[in-house]
Structure formats: C-alpha cells, structure tokens
Design a protein around this ligand. Structure first.
Ligand code: RIB
Ligand code: CA
Length: 313
C-alpha cells in the first residue's frame, strides 16, 4: 500500500505537536508539509512552536505560516490550556528548520499541484487556511483526496457549552469546508475525549527513557495540569493525533456518515457543529463523524512514532 500523501495544518499546541510526530513517523503516511494557523496561540507563537517541534522530533518537511486571524477577524489564544508560549511545559530546541517563504495556503497549493496523486488535508486547528485554500484555488479542489479535521462535537463543546474551540474560532471557515462537497472526516470531542493520556501512558513514556520522550512527558504533564484545572479532567485528551491515526488505520475509530452543519449566528451556540446522527433534518450526509476510539490501537501507533522519532534524532 503506497503511503498516503498529506499536509498537516495545525496550531501547536501540545496535541498538535504529537500529531506532527505521528504524521511524520508512520510508514503509512507521506507528510508533504506542515502549515500553521493561529488558534492555541498567535500565529508567530504557533509557527515558532511548529519549527521547534520539527527540530526536536526530526521532521524534515517544509513549514509555512498561515492565517493570523479568522475569516471575520477573530483572534484568541488558549493560554489557559497551552500556556503563554502555546506549548509550555518543557525546554524546546531553537529551530533548525527554516520557515518557507510561501504563505501556508500557497504552500498547500504548490505541494498539491506538484504531487502525482490527490493529497489529504488534515486540520488540527481552526479551519481558516483550509477554507482560504478552497476559495483561492478552486481549480485544485479535485486534487484533494479528503479533508480530515479535529474539531466540533456531536454533543457538548469545550470553548463554549456547545462549541468546540477549533470550530468556534472560525465558524465561517468550517462552513466553507462542510459545504465543499469534498470527502470529510470529523474527529470531534466525542472521539478525542477517549484519547486520554493516562498514568499507564506516562509510565510507557518514562520507560522509553529518551530525550524526546522526557520532553514529551514535560509537555504532557503541563497539559494534564491545565486540563484538570479548567475541565476537571485529570487525564487530558490528546485530541489532534486521532485525526492522523485514522488515516493510518481506519479501524482505530468507528464513524457514522451523517449530515453536519455549523451554527453561524446563535448568540449562545455560534460555532456549534450540528451533527444530525439520526438524520432528523433530512439533509444529505456530508461527513464521516468519528465517535468511538480503539484506545489501545491509537496509543500503540502514537508510542511507536515517538520511539521512532527519537531513534532518527
Ligand atoms: O478543542 C481541541 C482543539 O483545540 C485541539 O486541536 C487543540 O489543539 C485546540 O486547537
Ligand atoms: Ca490543535
């Protein structure tokens, strides 16, 4: 089976950092490039973090900076969860990976144009860059195999009672993606809240005993502390790598193909994904929604990628 070509659009972010490692160090995937979008932190912070993580974890692909605000201009940082740097908790190396001279959207277009087969776009931050790409390069839409995004929820939210952070940050961008007609897979909080960093996982990381695993332990301990303070969740959910894991092995999640729309105007519900599990609205299904996770399969992929990244470094 040929490795799946993909571009990762992210806002590192603790869980984004682990998604980068999984995307770069699994043989089933061919990571063509990384693009950044403001979300967990401002665009300068998340872009520096992406370059630092790439240096730390031996990820040698082009990295390009993307949108610094949502389509309608919103900017917010999730420093209550990810800290002031948007990736607090461990000493990270000065970046050795140069930043591409291209804007994220133009790098996406170049990589897709230059690749011999359709490319999968994976988004683990707000969908601003993905929406801009679809609008600016409509002629390349047929070269996109699928869009897989971590975001939304079929139940409650985390940034507001009903909106998940990535979608809440840029609901207009999510609307463009949901109406694109492309194959879509949504990894919302329903499935990502099962990807918990448990004590057993920390023990497995400690047993690795590499400089990379100990840096990751520092990052995840910070993430665990803030998640417990804000959401009373002692074991933090590692949201973003779920979107990568399902590309490696679709059986890592159980999904349903249903209609998903996003609320754009509700004063209390703006940014909520309306996941019509039982098709009550009678609208056509447009999105695979991942709902259940195979915890053991997920973590064996994740831990294997971390140990492989350490060896290459
Ligand atoms: O709601 C969780 C999502 O928001 C994750 O992608 C996390 O990194 C933040 O971007
Ligand atoms: Ca993210």
């Amino acid at each position: 089976m040929k490795p799946i070509p993909l571009i990762l659009d992210c806002d590192p972010g603790h869980d984004d950092a682990l998604a980068m490692i999984l995307a770069a160090h699994n043989p089933a995937l061919n990571l063509l490039g990384i693009t950044t979008v403001s979300g967990n932190g401002g665009i300068a912070k998340v872009t520096l973090n992406a370059r630092r993580v790439a240096t730390l974890a031996n990820i040698k692909v082009p990295i390009a900076e993307g949108a610094g605000k949502a389509i309608l201009g919103a900017i917010e940082e999730a420093s209550d969860i990810h800290g002031e740097s948007a990736l607090d908790g461990a000493e990270l190396p000065e970046p050795k990976i140069e930043l591409s001279a291209l804007h994220a959207v133009d790098l996406m277009a170049k990589l897709i144009k230059d690749h011999s087969e359709p490319v999968t776009l994976v988004a683990t931050g707000p969908l601003t860059n993905i929406a801009l790409f679809l609008k600016m390069y409509p002629q390349l839409k047929n070269r996109v195999a699928e869009i897989v995004f971590m975001g939304g929820s079929a139940s409650r939210g985390n940034r507001t009672p009903y909106a998940e952070f990535n979608i809440w940050m840029d609901p207009e961008a999510a609307d463009v993606v949901l109406r694109s007609g492309l194959p879509l897979t949504m990894c919302g909080l329903d499935v990502t809240h099962q990807a918990l960093v448990t004590k057993e996982i920390f023990t497995a990381l400690e047993q690795m005993g590499t400089p990379l695993s100990s840096t990751i332990i520092g990052l995840l301990k910070f993430f665990a502390k803030t998640y417990d303070e804000v959401f009373e969740m002692p074991d933090p959910p590692l949201h973003d790598p779920v979107a990568i894991a399902l590309l490696i092995d679709r059986s890592v999640v159980k999904s349903r193909h249903v209609n998903v729309q996003v609320e754009l105007s509700g004063p209390l519900t703006r940014g909520a994904t309306v996941v019509d599990i039982y098709q009550r609205l009678g609208e056509p299904a447009n999105c695979n929604v991942a709902l259940d996770l195979d915890f053991d399969k997920f973590w064996s992929m994740m831990l294997e990628a971390i140990s492989k990244a350490a060896i290459k470094a």
